[in-house]
Design a protein around this ligand. Sequence first.
Ligand code: 5GP
Ligand code: ZN
Length: 106
Amino acid sequence: MCIFCQIVNKEIPKDFTFEDETLVAFKDINPKAPVHLLIVAKKHIESVITIKEGDRNLIAEMVWRAKLLAEEKGLDKTGYKLIFHCGRGGGQIIDHIHLHLRGGWK
Ligand code: 5GP
Ligand code: ZN
C-alpha cells in the first residue's frame, strides 16, 4: 500500500490538520515554506494525469479545502501557492494525489 494510503488509513500515526470523509490535510515532513500543508484525497488516485471525469468534485473539494485552510492560517493576507505536481517530469514523487499549500513568507 502506498505511503499516503497508510497515512490516510491511520496505519502511520499523523496529526491531521483537517479530516472529513474525502480528504485529510497534514504538515509536509520536509517543508518548503513557513506553512506547508498537504491536502490528500482519501481515495487512491495516482495523479491529476490519471483523474477521471467522476473525480471532478474531488478536485474541487481539494482546492476549496486548501482555500479554507489558507484562511485559517492567515495566509490569505499575504498570498500563497497551490501546487499539484503531475508525474515525474512535474516533480511528483508520491503517486497518490495531493495538493501542496505553501505560504507564510514575510
Ligand atoms: P510530491 O513531490 O510527490 O508532490 O510531494 C510529496 C511530498 O510529500 C514532499 O513534499 C514530501 O516532503 C512529503 N512527504 C513524503 N513523505 C511524507 C511523510 O511520510 N509524511 C509527510 N508528512 N510528508 C511526506
Ligand atoms: Zn495511495
